[in-house]
Design a protein around this ligand. Structure first.
Ligand code: NAD
Length: 261
């Protein structure tokens, strides 16, 4: 259902963003990848898309903590697609787990820049073009931490709550133009971001990696298993379908029952 549509997915060189890009390409979209990665990784990722879906795939590098890079990313996208994109997935991010009293101030600035300001800057630049098209899908990857918090994740949850509000406001601003704007609120997804936290858990508790995975997840997620990136990707594909036209301003938990406890 996405033939002829163009999707820009930030943070698509790994994890959730990469799975979302695959889910959209599978449905016919042309993909613009962006995120960190060396030349070898990028060419492997591009080859994978071309061979699996025979789709157009481009890669544009950008450090989303820098407005100058965001401007260059926008300019490069417009060079490729003068009418802009149909699907904008603001997904790039990371976590830094630390108490507020010890939190490095430059880390706060970076977290806000990458996960709150970058979605704002990209939405600001692409929305006018989407309005002209009369159709669009905007998503921002928030987290369960966009709804609750955990000690050590106050900063992360501040930015993740922030994008939930941003998306609700945007949803109302674009509602007459065939555009929806929603956030994704995943629990623990098996990606490099989580693997880093689990390694820390192994060190702190002195337990095996396998045991740590079970303990770490089951403490929070009643399903006791990790969410797979594809669980998120298939939901995004649905949001980009005509059947999701009435879903806007939502913050969708995909968290194995975590928030029901
Ligand atoms: P990941 O590390 O696999 O991927 C992160 C992506 O973001 C990579 O492509 C990376 O290059 C990119 N990125 C990071 N900093 C960037 C920067 N300054 N400029 C440009 N790109 C940058 O992690 P993931 O788990 O797939 O995380 C994706 C999103 O999902 C993040 O926003 C994260 O907060 C959110 N999230 C993750 C989980 C989880 O359990 N993994 C849960 C909830 C929300």
């Amino acid at each position: 259902h996405l033939d002829g549509k163009v999707a820009l997915v930030t943070g698509s060189t790994s994890g959730i963003g990469l799975a979302i890009a695959h889910g959209l390409a599978k449905r016919g979209a042309s993909i613009i990848l962006t995120g960190f990665g060396d030349e070898q990784l990028i060419s492997k990722l591009k080859e994978d898309f071309t061979s699996k879906y025979n789709c157009r795939v481009d890669y544009i590098p950008a450090d989303l903590s820098k407005v100058a890079d965001i401007n260059e990313l926008f300019t490069s996208v417009i060079k490729l697609y003068p009418e802009g994109v149909d699907v904008l997935i603001n997904n790039a991010g990371y976590n830094h787990v630390c108490l507020v009293e010890d939190y490095p101030e430059e880390k706060w600035d970076d977290m806000v820049a990458v996960m709150l300001s970058a979605p704002f800057h990209l939405c600001k630049r692409f929305i006018p073009l989407m309005k002209k098209k009369g159709w669009g899908r905007i998503l921002i990857t928030s987290s369960v931490h966009g709804m609750i918090s955990t000690a050590g994740k106050a900063v992360y949850s501040a930015v993740k709550h922030g994008v939930v509000g941003l998306a609700k406001g945007i949803a109302l601003e674009v509602v007459d133009y065939g555009i929806t704007c929603n956030t994704l609120c995943p629990g623990f997804v098996d990606t490099p971001v989580t693997q880093k936290q689990i390694k820390q858990f192994v060190q702190d508790k002195g337990i095996s990696l396998e045991q740590a995975k079970v303990d770490f997840v089951s403490k929070r997620q009643p399903t006791k298993t990790f969410i797979e990136p594809e669980h998120i990707a298939e939901y995004v594909a649905f949001i980009c379908s005509p059947y999701a036209a009435q879903i806007t301003g939502s913050a969708m938990p995909i968290e194995g029952g975590w928030l029901s406890k």
